[in-house]
Design a protein around this ligand. Sequence first.
Ligand code: DGY
Length: 324
Amino acid sequence: MTSILVTRAWPKEAEDRLQAEGLGDVTLRDPDTPMSHDEWMAAAQTYDVIMPTVSDKIPAGFYPAAKGKVRVMANYGVGFNHIDIDAARDNGIAVTNTPEVLTDCTADLAMGLMLAAARRIGEGERETRAGKWIGWRPTHMIGKKVSGATLGIIGFGRIGQAMARRAHYGFGMKVVFQDAWAVPDDIKAANGNATQLGSMQEVAANCDFLSLHCPGGADTYKMINASVFDAMRPGAILVNSARGDVVDEDALFAALDSGHLAAAGLDVYHNEPALDPRFLQYENLVLAPHLGSATDGTRAAMGHRAIDNLKAFLAGDAPQDLVT
Ligand code: DGY
């Protein structure tokens, strides 16, 4: 019988369906904590299917050890930078992910971070809760106007496009973006009448808010570095709901220290959840704990999508979200 491991707790609806599908012997791992190195190495010899997720730290030795045993890693999540895709392929392990179902919620969260950072909502809440608010006054907690400003987007895939629509149609923002692929005119027109620029630096120089929507991993590692921060307009704001390793955090802190960067709204970090303690020193950072897809319907839909992919794979069909 096919043995299936789910590495972290899913919404009950999705777990129930996985068990009811009769795809194999399902292990819902308990406790809901990251698997240790030794657990991963044991899993390599034990399971035919592993259903991992973004917070898993998979040791390099897992892939060769899993060769001939693990057939597929049906990832719960769209991002798969926690999986070594080349090593999986080299060791005969298929990988799937769960795009589309979390696009709207992630773009919603990015809008929320942008608004919160621009309008100092976190600072304001802290002041109010601390009983330090002394009342309305014309100069109190002045932020940055979002409506009508220019949004720069790095990565114009599904989530970047959803962000562009929200910003343009909801807030009257002009949208500029950078992406490695030449985006066809009809897609630009349908997604906030956005303008593609040639480089990240060019986008940074031409926007008031810069929002990241590219994948993480080796290709984008520390891509938002000093040269991008330096190119930004003074007083610009950064939003990151993509992956922490896309941003050079030393360069981020330097831009905040100089005042060139007015604020940032962040959902993701290097080495999360072990944040660099410097993050906590800045009032002008809005810090969310990787909540992009965290709504009830979306988290269940991610499970359903992972199950759909696994069902197709086990039936010998091509899963709709085959990564490798
Ligand atoms: C993903 O699916 O990659 C997200 O980061 C989880 O919210």
